[in-house]
Write a protein that binds this ligand. Structure first.
Ligand code: C2E
Ligand code: CA
Ligand code: CA
Length: 750
């Protein structure tokens, strides 16, 4: 065959490159870096020829690289070697070996069985008569066909060079195709992501698998204002721990600088060790940079593919930003840029989906100086305080804890129980060295998610517990959720429903407990106490239902009913001939807080034709000493209108002398607990004595409650306390019994 003829088929094959098989032997999801070595396999059973071939190849190099030479002396052996070294570039194959067509059979195996379409095949024959059919050359993509005798050194070299170049081109094409395919897959994967964090994680994964490198990567976004350091929204591999931190927390300076540089220059960055892709972002999407450690230089094909991929990522980022913008509106607190109530609910819901034991807790925390701070220093200072507090929270409860602001000054922390410990709330206070607040005082309630099934209940219960903690009076209360308490709450709820009916049906009655003048044992009045007798005859005491009535507002109609019963009793006493006996009615702070209270009270006494001084209004010390102006105004108005005021449970609260003086209460009622302690505790006795002296000084009558023994009565009398109430004289009793007692009273007949 002449040179020209021989060249022609090879030229043709060059131009009409058949489809390259995509089922590459190595991972379809990555492409190899640029070829830096290559293998030539020579298959011949003629040892002499092999030797001279090797000699000729020893002087050959392609792009400065000497080939690796493999040698086989049979088709079988060659097939085995090709299996082991699938990246072999060129095969120099003798047609005639064991059999006349052993070479061609090997070609068929390579293309059809091994599925290797990239290998360049050069057929050689020793005998001019044996030529393969033109059709086999085309079918099996055989590049060259040569007579061994025509193979000069120079020719062999040019054949190899041409074939290696072809091999390389096919390789690039293959890789590009695989790469594009990967990009499509990668983009599909990105499209499934559910937010920045997820998107970033997938992005690192896809970049790493595109480049065939390990997943050491970081995705960083610019903060909303230039002053904030860029934030890491995705990280993997050796950078996994910096997730959600700022860029400056990365230890590796070169990594940090490279990312910062990309963001500053708004351009991709490349080094021998890493790639940084820059994404300019849009109105909704912040500029972002994706760093991936390659630990090698990437080649042109890879660079090209990265560019294509980056365009897809850019679009993806904008989409994710759009959705997370919506997400942010729905799930982020506008002021503090942390999670809001919705986000907490979502988080709790997800935690509740874990089967128990869940080992998750939620902490509800109320910053108790917020309102005061707003009122005295302005709303802006309040906001600054909240910001400082949120920062403090983030430090005390690190990721994976979620920190959310529910409203105003109420925060919640959701996380694993080993991190979300209620005692850590104390750390919020210590060392809060910020100009906004040197100390943070906070109430907190902790809930174990094992006791719950719905996020809604978790949040409602948490807020309720916080309220309870706040009601305890002293600040800094920490309470832990207790399922038994929950049971108790349910019981109370059921009771409050019954109470509602009872009040509506006027089933709450009153009893009367006489008040005695110790000097002559005369009855001077009585305190009216509420009693709830249920249809089954059982009695419920006020300690169990008054707080319920106060909680649901029933105390207002109930208080009115009791007042009317008192007025009606006073009328009956007038008619029975005891117009000097007074009746004391307990007034709840809820009643006192209503604007209408005084008018209603006056209207009621008028309706019964009673002068106001027949009624004594018992108000507890805590309420009477309340700082609020309203309470003060109400009390002084009541006094001006002629009602007598008794300060109940005196000694249990904190009274201010100035206040007490301005008050001009008619009576101090010493709390029963002090009377019970008489003769037992010197301190008790001192307190009682002090109250008695106080009454004398301020010109108030002093009455001792809960007097049960003669000794107590004598002690009191000897110290100058002249009024008493208690089981020693009479238990609370029905009006008939009380009236009978008045009639039999020695003082009355005397
Ligand atoms: P309080 O005003 O301090 O009433 C005195 C309580 O001491 C009454 O309990 C009375 O039965 C009890 N008591 C009387 N003598 C003795 C005694 O010698 N020893 C002992 N250990 N206890 C004695 P009660 O009736 O269960 O009332 C409890 C509380 O419920 C009252 O305390 C009062 O704060 C509230 N309350 C009762 N009735 C009403 C009402 O009509 N309206 C409002 N707002 N509160 C009421
Ligand atoms: Ca009372
Ligand atoms: Ca009392």
């Amino acid at each position: 065959m002449g040179d020209i003829e021989k060249e022609t088929p090879s030229q043709d094959l060059f131009q009409f490159q058949p489809e390259v098989d995509s089922a590459a032997p190595d991972s379809p999801h990555q492409f190899r870096p640029e070829m830096n070595d290559f293998t030539i396999l020579s298959v011949d059973d003629d040892e002499m020829f092999q030797n001279s071939l090797r000699l000729s190849l020893s002087g050959f190099s392609y792009r400065g690289i000497a080939p690796r030479i493999l040698v086989a002396s049979s088709a079988n052996e060659a097939a085995k070697l090709l299996l082991e070294t699938p990246s072999t570039a060129v095969l120099l194959l003798d047609i005639v070996m064991e059999t006349d067509d052993a070479g061609l059979r090997l070609v068929r195996t390579i293309r059809e069985v091994l599925g290797n379409s990239q290998l360049r095949i050069v057929l050689l024959t020793g005998q001019p008569g044996i030529a393969p059919m033109q059709s086999s050359l085309e079918t099996y993509d055989i590049s060259d066909y040569w007579l061994k005798t025509d193979l000069t050194n120079e020719r062999l070299h040019s054949i190899l060079t041409a074939n290696l170049r072809t091999f390389e081109q096919i390789d690039v094409l293959n890789r590009a195709r695989r790469g594009l395919q990967s990009i499509v897959e990668a983009s599909n994967s990105l499209a499934k992501s559910s937010g920045f964090e997820d998107f970033s994680r997938r992005m690192i994964h896809e970049l790493a698998s595109l480049l065939g490198v390990s997943e050491d990567g970081i995705v960083c976004v610019r903060g909303r204002d230039q002053e904030q350091p860029p934030k890491i929204i995705g990280s993997a591999g050796r950078f996994a721990s910096v997730l959600n931190q700022t860029l400056d927390t990365i230890n590796d300076e070169s990594v940090r600088d490279l990312i910062q540089h990309a963001l500053d220059e708004q351009a991709n960055m490349e080094t021998a060790m890493a790639q940084v892709l820059f994404f300019p972002g849009q109105a909704v999407a912040p500029p972002a940079a994706a760093y991936i450690a390659t630990n090698r230089r990437i080649d042109d094909t890879e660079r090209e593919l990265l560019r294509v991929f980056a365009t897809n990522i850019g679009t993806g980022l904008v989409n994710v930003a759009l959705t997370s913008q919506l997400d942010r509106i729905a799930y982020e607190d506008g002021l503090l840029e942390i999670a809001n109530g919705n986000a907490l609910k979502r988080g709790v819901q997800a935690a509740l989906e874990i089967p128990p034991p869940r080992r998750r807790k939620v902490l509800f925390i109320e910053l108790n100086q917020y309102a005061r701070s707003c009122v005295s220093l302005g709303v802006e200072q309040g906001d600054r305080l909240l910001r400082a507090f949120a920062k403090r929270l983030a430090a005390a409860f690190p990721p994976p804890c979620m920190i959310a602001r529910l409203h105003e000054d109420i925060f919640a922390v959701l996380g694993p129980e080993y991190l979300v410990r209620i005692e850590y709330v104390n750390r919020l206070e210590a060392g809060a060295h910020s100009p906004e607040a040197l100390f943070f005082g906070a109430e907190a309630a902790s809930l174990d998610l094992n006791h719950f099934t719905s996020a809604q209940t978790v949040i409602a219960t948490g807020l309720l517990l916080l309220k309870k903690a706040g009601l305890k009076g002293t600040s800094g209360q920490l309470v832990e959720y207790d399922p038994n308490v929950e049971e108790e709450t349910r019981r109370r709820y059921a009771l409050s429903q019954q109470l509602y009916k009872a009040v509506l049906n006027r089933e709450i009655s009153v009893v009367f407990q006489p008040q005695i003048d110790l000097t002559d044992n005369r009855i001077v009045g009585a305190e009216i106490l509420a009693r709830w007798t249920r249809p089954d005859g059982s009695t419920i005491f006020p300690a169990d239902f008054i707080p319920l009535a106060e909680a649901n507002g029933l105390i207002v109609p109930l208080g009115q009913q009791i007042l009317e019963q008192a007025c009606s009793a006073l009328r009956s006493m007038d008619e029975a001939g005891f117009p000097a006996v007074t009746l004391a009615v307990n007034v709840s702070p809820v009643q006192l807080g209503r604007q209408e209270f005084i008018d209603e009270l006056i209207a009621t006494t008028r309706r019964y034709g009673l002068s106001p001084d027949r009624l004594e209004l018992e108000i507890t010390e805590t309420v009477a000493m309340d700082e609020h102006q309203h309470a003060n105004d109400v009390l002084s108005t009541l006094r001006r209108k002629g009602f007598a005021i008794a300060i109940d449970d005196f000694g249990t609260g904190y009274s201010s002398l100035t206040k007490l003086r301005s008050f001009e209460a008619a009576m101090l009622k010493i709390d029963g607990s002090f009377i019970a302690g008489l003769g037992e505790s010197i301190q008790n006795e001192m307190i009682v004595e002090m109250i008695i002296r106080l009454g004398e000084r301020m010109n108030m009558r002093v009455l001792a409650e809960g007097v049960e023994t003669e000794q107590q009565a004598e002690w009191l009398q000897s110290r100058g306390c002249m009024l008493a109430q208690g089981y020693l004289y009479a238990p609370p009793e029905s009006f008939e019994q009380f009236l009978a007692r008045l009639r039999n009273s020695p003082a009355k007949t005397a």
